[in-house]
Design a protein around this ligand. Structure first.
Ligand code: 5RP
Length: 226
């Protein structure tokens, strides 16, 4: 089987091919989005693309963008021509789970302003039904965390607070992430609404009806899903 990293890079290159000079580009987060940022930097350095403005969905992506020569602006209320980002699950209708990289809130804020949200991934992210493999990352404020977890469990969520190196994982916004697992998700929209209405929840990793297309790399080549 082709190397997964090579596949991720292939998908990223297909997405960056959509970027034209003068565009405002939303820069995603994660190991696949990294390839897109690097390719954007390469095209800017070689003069293939000019007048690009990037806005990053995480501190890590912002740092990488600066390193590879992508001009970065703060997120204000720009409309993005295109946002390019990875995903943790991609359903057949392009509903997504995002946020295993921890950047879900900034990703959602920015990608809601994108004319085109283009997803890049390898084939392991494809699922028949949302929630089949990945947990749903839910960003929550630290204050009153135990009571927020209680409310989430009342909604039927199993799962746990994300930790890294024995400590709670902390987002760029200073919040925590609960990786929620549900037995079976029949109505993702209803679940997204219920989670958002839960006091203490900042944002969820359910990205429903947002993606315009996905470039999914498989050992047989890149599939474009719309
Ligand atoms: C970060 C994300 C990432 O896009 C998602 O986790 C996919 O990452 P990777 O490309 O490393 O598999 O949502 O919050």
């Amino acid at each position: 089987m082709a190397d997964l990293e090579a596949l991720k890079k292939e998908a990223a290159l297909r997405a960056v091919a959509l970027v034209e000079s003068g565009m405002c580009v939303g820069l995603g987060t994660g190991s696949t989005a990294k390839y897109a940022i690097e390719e954007l930097g390469r095209k800017i350095s070689s003069g293939e693309l000019t007048g690009i403005i990037g806005v990053a969905t995480s501190n890590a992506s912002e740092q990488l963008a600066r390193e590879v020569g992508v001009p970065v602006e703060e997120f204000d209320c720009q409309q993005f021509d295109v946002a390019i980002d990875g995903a943790d699950e991609i359903a057949p209708n392009l509903d997504l789970i995002k946020g295993l990289g921890g950047a879900l809130t900034r990703e959602k804020l920015l990608e809601l302003r994108a004319h085109r949200l283009v997803i890049i991934a390898d084939h392991t992210k494809l699922v028949k039904r949302i929630g089949e493999k990945a947990p749903i990352p839910v960003e929550i404020v630290r204050f009153g965390v135990a009571s927020t977890l209680e409310r989430l469990r009342d909604l039927g969520a199993g799962g746990e607070l994300r930790s890294r190196g024995g400590e709670h994982f902390v987002t760029d916004n200073g919040n925590l992430i609960f990786d929620a697992r549900f037995a079976r998700i029949d109505d993702a929209s209803a679940l997204a609404r219920d989670l958002k209405l839960t006091a203490g929840v900042v944002e969820t990793g359910l990205f429903l009806g947002m993606a315009e297309r996905a470039f999914v790399a498989t050992p047989e080549g890149v599939r474009e899903l719309t």
